[in-house]
Design a protein around this ligand. Structure first.
Ligand code: ATP
Ligand code: MG
Length: 559
């Protein structure tokens, strides 16, 4: 599944064109955008698209981007999410400066405006149940029917609304609705709910409120209060725009923001619904929000994905007006491309097989020079230890090799990278018939990896000294889902049972065992790996960020 990203015109899209035109025509002198997450889960790669768009526009046009928490539903929102969202936006490389806001900052003003709307005959208290409201709302083909409470006198509405606020009624007993048009072709205009009763403790306002504004009521007004010029949201809100505009026109707001919609990011083999992600965590299908298999920002970070790779990915996919599914191979391409440039090369043996060099003196060892980055001489080199006992990768040996297998087999000769040519003499087996050790010889004349007589070998393999290498646990992550389009309604059926492989007996170079660097390294011939936060001094744990080549389809096939 190779996904070479199509070249997009750098940094131009229909929204940036609109912003540029609004500046050129002097409709606005300064651009204000916002990123408005609801703190009911961790951010995912889809949010990164919205973050990059909103913060990116503010940067490019010397404007401002606010981080605003859309905290209008206290039953689902938690401080943990507020904290993680701030950490993740910063980690992605964006900065809201002093412009951190909460919709709950505006609850008083929103309430006053709602009373004003009631006085102007634009809203009423409805005593119908949620179910009755739903039934009377009608369908796409059928108009809605007016509520029996729609013509309530203003004074009665005001009185009931105040008593809702005072906490006199139980949850669900009444709602405040805008009085628009029950026969509108747009269901969002069929007297939408503005306030509902909810006796719940809010992370910021505590027990002050027993009514909370709806998304539609809070969102546009918060935009207006903050002087947002361009309110960018995903396509599913296109049908909400007439309501957004209706409320701005009816209320004494200080500004008139304009909403624009763009396509949300969908990724193959991935589900980006917060409901599903929450269930993955709560149901124990993954180890937490930051499990490296999760498409969350926290998961990608723990997996070793550099923030610049996410920014590059989002830039390459661009911003369009039509929904589509992006091949996850494109994200992987961006990660590989960046890490290939930045990651230092190291050696690790994931599944070790012992090799004894019979003609290498016992008790001796020597140091060989290994380059840190083949394309970057400035990265320098390091010393690696060679000795009589080594480890190679189990996969690099076959007792009865097929014709095209050029790595180690009885009688064959290969190069150990940076070291010597070795030849296999004998494979030693255990009682079960498994090869547990190879007896080899080396050619001392090939030090550094070249034969003075000019003879060639067809394979170069990585290896480590048995005495000097260190033990490590290596975690290989495969796609979380086995299908390109997992079923969000029944996602458990599409989970990949082999999404995590733990290699508990791996060996790594001493230098990386001791390093606490958060930068991924390349384990030669294996891929990119990063130290996991659960590492201890004597047991480092490494996560595979990504393999060297696009083996994605094969990995899924195993699942
Ligand atoms: P859910 O996944 O439950 O629908 P949400 O993704 O809408 O929740 P919000 O916190 O409301 O969660 O999202 C904050 C912002 O991120 C919104 O402006 C939303 O449009 C945008 N956003 C969310 N998902 C995506 C996505 N997949 N692609 C692009 N933008 C997204
Ligand atoms: Mg939302």
């Amino acid at each position: 599944m190779t996904a070479e990203p199509a070249a997009t015109e750098a940094g131009r899209d229909f929204i940036r064109d609109i912003v540029q035109a609004d500046l050129d025509s002097k409709k606005h002198s300064r651009i204000v955008t916002r990123f408005p997450p609801e703190p009911n889960g961790y951010l995912h790669i889809g949010h990164a698209k919205s973050i990059a768009l909103n913060f990116g526009i503010a940067q490019e046009f010397s404007g401002q981007c606010n981080l605003r928490f859309d905290d209008t539903n206290p039953t689902r929102e938690e401080q943990e999410y507020i904290d993680s969202i701030q950490a993740d936006v910063k980690w992605l490389g964006y900065d809201w400066g002093a412009n951190l806001f909460y919709a709950s900052d505006y609850f008083d003003r929103l309430y006053e405006w709602a009373e004003g709307l009631i006085r102007a005959g634009g809203a009423y208290v409805d005593d119908q149940s949620q179910e009755e409201i739903r039934i009377r709302r009608g369908t796409l083909t059928e108009p809605g029917r007016n509520s029996p409470f729609r013509e309530r006198p203003v004074e009665e509405n005001l009185d009931l609304f105040r008593r809702m606020k005072a906490g006199e009624f139980p949850n669900g007993a009444r709602v405040l609705r805008a009085k628009i048009d029950m026969s509108s072709g747009n269901i969002n205009l069929r007297d939408p709910v503005l306030y509902r009763i909810l006796h719940a403790t809010h992370p910021r306002t505590g027990d002050k409120w027993s009514i909370y504004p709806s998304y539609d009521y809070a969102h546009g007004q918060s935009d207006a209060i903050e002087g947002v010029t361009h309110s960018l949201c995903t396509l599913e809100f296109e049908d909400h725009r007439p309501l957004y505009d209706w409320l701005l026109a009816k209320l004494p707001v200080p500004a008139r923001p304009q909403q624009y919609e763009f396509a949300r990011l969908n990724l193959s083999y991935t589900l980006l619904s917060k409901r599903v992600l929450t269930e993955l965590v709560r149901g124990g299908h993954v180890a937490g929000w930051d499990d490296p298999r999760m498409p969350t920002i926290a998961g990608l970070k723990r997996r070793g994905v550099p923030p610049a790779a996410i920014r590059e990915f989002v830039k390459r996919i661009g911003v369009a007006k039509a929904n589509s599914v992006v091949d996850v191979g494109m994200l992987e391409f961006c990660i590989r491309e960046l890490l290939n440039k930045s990651a230092l090369r190291r050696m690790a043996v994931l599944r070790p097989l012992k090799v004894v060099i019979e003609n290498y003196p016992e008790g001796r060892s020597e140091e060989l020079e290994a380059v840190n980055h083949p394309d970057d001489p400035a990265a320098g080199s390091r010393k690696i230890a060679f000795g009589r006992e080594l480890y190679i990768e189990q996969d690099d040996f076959m007792e009865n090799p097929p014709k095209k297998f050029f790595r180690l087999s009885p009688g064959s000769e290969v190069r150990l990278r940076y070291a010597y040519f070795i030849k296999c003499r004998e494979a030693i087996k255990n009682a079960a018939g498994e090869v547990v050790e190879l007896r080899c010889t080396y050619d001392p004349a090939t030090r550094g990896g070249n034969a003075p007589d000019g003879r060639k070998v067809k394979a170069t393999m990585h290896w480590l000294s048995a005495a000097q290498s260190r033990p490590a646990e290596i975690r290989i992550y495969n796609p979380l889902f086995t299908k390109p389009a997992p079923d969000a309604a029944n996602f458990a059926a599409d989970l990949n049972p082999q999404s995590l492989e733990i290699l508990g007996d791996a060996r790594i170079e001493p230098a990386i065992a001791e390093s606490n660097s958060p930068e991924p390294v390349q384990f030669e011939r294996q891929g990119y790996f990063v130290r996991d936060s659960s590492s201890t001094a004597d047991r480092p744990v490494f996560n595979r960020t990504i393999g060297l080549r696009d083996t994605f389809a094969k990995e899924v096939g195993k699942g």
